[in-house]
Write a protein that binds this ligand. Structure first.
Ligand code: SAM
Ligand code: SF4
Length: 451
């Protein structure tokens, strides 16, 4: 059977499956978890643990048509200033509730466009964050940067506060593609931001690209990949474009008949894979690439790669504290998502100090499913021994998942004792396998057998 036949047989070209940046995915969060539970979980963070902090800035000066992120357009700084004032209140409440001596291992500013903040406002926010939390050893501070909206004084402020990793949005450099996705962005602008960051001594530079965009062709995408190679990124995230106009209304500007079909998307993903690996970058998980000396590649090589809401990460912290509208916090006990609309988040922070609105309490079974899906997504493997060691009283659940994978995906895997692995040519199926685990024993299907 050819690779295409194998992938087609398992439904790759018809499937709509979650990206499993979390298990369960956020659409399974419910109203039974809110600010009360959030307070309890924050207070219960084990002493002496380093936590990760995520701050969401949901504003952009422009709204690109392709974008499915939680963001809103603004042409003035008034709502941005009011938002930062409220973030400081939320931060103060978080600090009051959290155990003393909490250290911050990671800080990530995402959006939207964090670089929309004027330098002074950014400094005000970062001073408050660094006053609230001491930095752990090996602290990492990363920011999502739109190169068309990143003033030099703002970039310098981020560097002065210790930003050591940055992610630049590119998507595609082809003019026809940029026009069709409503995102003009010149090569010069992008190069000059990358150069500024390099000259300032940034440790790791990531570039985001998308395949499956309107009017993208193999030739045009190869040219984009060549331009990106000239930027010498340490990491790349090359995501498949998610066309979800029913969720992200601005995507109605992108006509269905301009989009590459499933086979063409598969070809574009392969072009990206070959271009990046031939330049010596390591392919990581389903959509990332990294220089072998970069921390992400090292985590992949030593088996400690993890998945978080940004994609793949080497961050090992169990606790992620999310601030801002729609931000998600992760704890050992489960997830809490802040109110999604900026106005609702603003009101809740004003009333209660915290804005948790929905979430999910992980059961012991969920934790097993979560680990199985993380192992598949990060390592393309299912290691029965390792799972049994971590969850000794969940042997039935682990055995069921293993039997289902063996039976359903026999032609896509190899099995050697405890270890089940995807064949290299079957790796594109990994999300479908994760989805089967989810429907068979997880929240999407509801494992009901007595365990
Ligand atoms: C929240 S955006 C922030 C980027 C920053 N504002 C910029 O414009 O450069 C982060 C990334 O999400 C990805 N993204 C946004 N919409 C997407 C979609 N519909 N499908 C797949 N990835 C998407 C893009 O690669 C984007 O760079
Ligand atoms: S891609 Fe970036 S700038 Fe464009 S709408 Fe999304 S978050 Fe805003």
């Amino acid at each position: 059977m050819t690779q295409i036949d194998l992938l087609r047989r398992h439904g790759l070209f018809d499937a709509k499956v979650p990206r499993y940046t979390s298990y369960p995915p956020a659409n399974h969060f419910g109203q039974s978890v809110g600010a009360d539970v959030q307070c309890d979980w924050i207070a219960a963070i084990p002493q002496g643990r380093a936590v990760s902090v995520y701050i969401h800035i949901p504003f952009c000066r422009r709204l690109c048509w392709f974008c499915a992120c939680r963001t809103q357009g603004t042409s003035t700084m008034r709502p941005v200033d009011a938002y930062v004032d409220q973030l400081l209140l939320e931060l103060a409440q978080l600090r009051r509730l959290a155990p003393a001596g909490l250290m911050m291992g990671r800080l990530h500013l995402g959006g939207g466009t964090p670089t929309i903040l004027p330098a002074k406002t950014m400094a005000r926010l970062l001073r408050a964050v660094f006053t609230a939390f001491d930095r752990a050893d090996d602290f990492e501070f990363s920011v999502e940067i739109d190169p068309t909206d990143a003033a030099p004084d703002l970039l310098q402020t981020l560097i002065d506060f210790g930003m050591n990793r940055a992610s630049i949005g590119v998507q595609d450099f082809a003019p026809a593609v940029q026009k069709a996705i409503g995102r003009p962005q010149s090569l010069d602008q992008t190069q000059s931001v990358a150069q500024f960051l390099r000259d300032a001594g940034l440790r790791s530079l990531n570039v985001d690209l998308l395949y499956g965009l309107p009017h993208q062709t193999p030739d045009s995408f190869r040219r984009t990949l060549d331009h990106v190679a000239d930027l010498c990124p340490d990491r790349l995230a090359i995501y498949g474009y998610a066309h979800v106009p029913w969720m992200s209304k601005r995507q109605v500007m992108i006509k269905d008949d301009t989009l590459p079909d499933a086979m063409a998307r598969f070809e574009l993903a392969g072009i990206a894979h070959d271009a990046m690996t031939s330049q010596g970058l390591r392919a990581i998980g389903i959509d990332h690439f990294a220089n072998p000396s970069d921390r992400l590649a090292r985590a992949d090589a030593n088996g400690t790669l993890r998945r978080n809401f940004q994609g793949y990460t080497d961050d090992q912290s169990e606790t992620l504290l999310g601030l801002g509208a729609s931000a998600i916090s992760a704890f050992g006990q489960g997830f809490v998502q802040n109110a999604v609309a900026t106005s609702a988040w603003h009101d809740r922070v004003g009333q209660d100090g915290l804005a948790g609105q929905k979430g999910y309490v992980l059961t012991p079974q969920d934790k097993v499913v979560s680990q199985i899906i993380a192992d598949l997504m990060c390592r393309f493997a299912f290691d029965r021994d390792a799972l049994l060691q971590q969850f000794p009283d969940q042997s039935n659940l682990i055995a069921s998942a293993r039997a289902m994978l063996s039976e359903r995906f026999g032609d896509a895997i190899t099995e050697d004792g405890n270890l089940l692995q995807l064949r290299p040519e079957a790796k594109p199926l990994v999300r479908i396998m994760a989805r089967h685990v989810d429907s068979f024993i997880g929240v999407s299907g509801g494992y009901s057998a007595a365990i």
